[in-house]
Design a protein around this ligand. Sequence first.
Ligand SMILES: Cc1ncc(COP(=O)(O)O)c(C=O)c1O
Length: 484
Amino acid sequence: MSKISIDWRPDRSSSVPVYKQIIDYMSMKISTGDWAVGSRLPAQRQLAKQFNVNRSTIVTAMDELSSYGVLESDFGKGTYVASNTWSLMMTDAPPDWSRYIQSGSFHASDPIIQECRRCEADPRFISLGTGQLSPSLFPREEMSRAMERVAGKLSALNYQEPLGLPALRRSVARRLQRDGIDISPSCILITSGALQALQLICLTMLKSGSTVFTGDPSYLKSLQFFQSAGMNLSGLPMDQEGLVYWQIDPERIQREEALLYAIPDFHNPTGTVMSADRRKALFRFCQQNHLPIIEDASYRELWYDEKPPATLKSMDKNGMVLHIGTVSKTLAPGLRTGWIAGPESVIHRLADMKMQMDSGASTVSQLILAEFFSSGAYDKYLPQLRVQLKSRRDTVVAALERNFSQIASWDAPAGGFYVWLRFDENLSARQLFRAAVREHILLFPGTLYEYGKSCSLRISYAYAEEREILYALARLSRIVRSMM
Ligand SMILES: Cc1ncc(COP(=O)(O)O)c(C=O)c1O
């Protein structure tokens, strides 16, 4: 049996761990045939000296190669090369990713949400649930012009300061001021959408076991993120005027770190607008009980006939409301641009977290949106959008009356995208989802948003074309009747 001599040494300056370098080196020698099957390796003590490492490092490397069947040890013969064929491939085998994925702290989305995303990308589907604007409502020409102007002025595409592009923050501050929120640009953080604003709050200000009060149903319930982070989501009933906040046990607020999440304007998924009285009473309750509020105003600008009542943030004199906005619902979710307005100290802490995560929102998107705001294009476009969404709302409500009046109930929304369709009979929204998918109709079941059992659907009239919505609603009513 030939004995192997070695003149190689591990690279101490490399970021690859030494034991791994030893495995790679030995695998290479064996697979290239330099070390023949049956040849004997120097003793472990000798290798440790040669490589200038502890003996335990040699043992770790050899154990791993032995586990692949590449090396074998035999008392008396020492360690020798046992194989140079299939088993060598094992060193290149991919790691067991599923084990890693299972042990990660963030869980996969609900399988239905994953399927919704797949169906949304499939052109054969008509979506009755998608929460974004139809391409036919997109202001293509105004957006192209804004982009051209940005391109004409471009001198660099560098990172922005932690709070985001100053010109965009000034525009957002002006818009908020017009809406009764007295805020300066230094209290605004630009985020990659409202979703990231929520994630930043979750990561920076809450810990596992913290309680987040939300409506039942609520958009937040559909986000696996908060649940993965160990938040205790607690659903509050909702009535025609909004959150039934008085069901919050004040003692629970004292006991647990808690926040309240509210979508006062054209709520996702119910479409409800919180009344002015409810807003005032809710704000008073939170103030008395030291319960901070996250106000999600994602749909606020999408009113049809009248503006919703004043924001919770506009009542806030002590910095207890974090106000979130976005252009995802009004203009372009693909810009991934939103914001949080709040007390300067909190905003700076959130900005630091954002820098740690992604070094800031897209500079291109921020430049485009700043241009779209400051040129007046956004203010010109919004009223037209409201008219079109209102007309879609009317079409859908008429179609619901034709198809569902015997079997379901709903309230006509005064803005936003959604009608919350509640079936009279207890039918499984998930089964209904499956049955509709077979007919290439995509539904968003209420179970995604509710805490208990649900027989509701979130219908969005913003995305599909009106004739498609009419066709899909008629089909849906037949599917529902056949299931009842
Ligand atoms: C209430 C609410 N908040 C936040 C978001 C996320 O918006 P963005 O695309 O800005 O992250 C959505 C999107 O559906 C929403 O409905």
